[in-house]
Write a protein that binds this ligand. Structure first.
Ligand SMILES: [Zn+2]
Length: 302
């Protein structure tokens, strides 16, 4: 299984369109996210462990919930049920398929149908007990209202979903919340700082350093002050606030945009350069998705 990487004795990374993680305890195992659903992740999990599997979604986005239906029950934060239902509706799935590019589009048919899963809602008090391992839910709204991080204090690891993720965080999507709320989520994580050394995010790289929290705190402060360049893509106009190696994409109130901004956005050379920079970031994301798909395809042939 080329898409499975052993991170340590009892923790595995399963590379899908997002990064899924399997944490094996003495009695039970916890699967964090289920990928986009092009592949039955439960089969992969069963090859790794025969322990009872508990499943949790870090949030309700389509690339994290896709194999939910292969499990009897899936945990999700109570504030993300609406996001989940929206992303899982046939109308959103059709829209998503119309937007996706090659090579993911090869699998579009499989993504059309909404998935069925039995959701169990959780809140900030939830701790998953795996026997010798306790995994704590930390509610970190921003990317979505019910986004969570999961703290495994025993192994000093935090699983960041799309909240504590390298390169960029998207606060410009349907249901995303304000930079103010994202900032308080980062400050909340900062309070847990001594309890983890390793950050395993939902995309990009498992080699993520703790200063990502400081960088997001600074980027969020800029986003609150509306410091950052405007950026136009198919989602609409967003404001991008940079700090060191992270970017926050925040929503823009169109009614408050000056005409001058809109003109600049369309014609300015400087903007074109910024768009190019941001496109490079987007390409990095796209390449990591492409890499995941290549692995999935090759794995299929085995
Ligand atoms: Zn997401």
């Amino acid at each position: 299984m080329k898409n499975v990487i052993k991170l340590n004795e009892n923790t595995y990374l399963i590379k899908d369109v997002c990064f899924c993680y399997l944490l094996i305890g003495k009695k039970k195992a916890l699967l964090i996210d289920t990928g986009i659903g092009l592949k039955n992740i439960s089969k992969i999990v069963k090859k790794i462990t025969d322990k009872e599997i508990i499943v949790v979604n870090t949030h309700g986005h389509i690339d994290h919930i896709g194999s939910n239906s292969y499990f009897k029950e899936v945990h999700i934060h109570e504030k993300d049920v609406d996001v989940y239902n929206f992303q899982n509706s046939s109308i959103f799935r059709k829209y998503f398929i119309s937007k996706i590019k090659f090579p993911l589009s090869l699998f579009a048919k499989k993504l059309k149908k909404p998935i069925e899963s039995n959701l169990i809602t959780i809140d900030d008090t939830k701790v998953f007990e795996l026997g010798d391992r306790s995994i704590k839910v930390i509610h970190t709204p921003g990317h979505t209202p019910g986004s969570i991080c999961l703290l495994d204090e025993g192994s000093k690891t935090i699983y960041g979903g799309d909240t504590l993720v390298p390169i960029l965080v998207l606060l410009n999507l349907d249901y995303s919340l304000t930079p103010e709320i994202f900032l308080s989520s980062m400050e909340k994580l900062d309070n847990y700082r001594d309890k983890f050394e390793y950050i395993y995010p939902g995309h990009h790289s498992t080699d993520t350093k703790k200063d990502i929290i400081d960088n997001y705190i600074n980027a969020a402060k800029d986003a609150i002050l509306k410091k950052g360049e405007l950026y136009l893509d198919e989602i609409g106009i967003s404001r991008v606030s940079n700090y060191k190696n992270v970017k926050i994409f925040a929503k823009v109130d169109y009614s408050k945009l000056k005409l001058e901004d809109s003109i600049n956005l369309a014609i300015n050379d400087k903007t074109q350069k910024i768009v190019k920079n941001i496109k490079n970031t987007a390409n990095k994301t796209f390449n990591s998705i492409k890499e995941a798909i290549d692995i999935l395809q090759n794995d299929e042939k085995d």
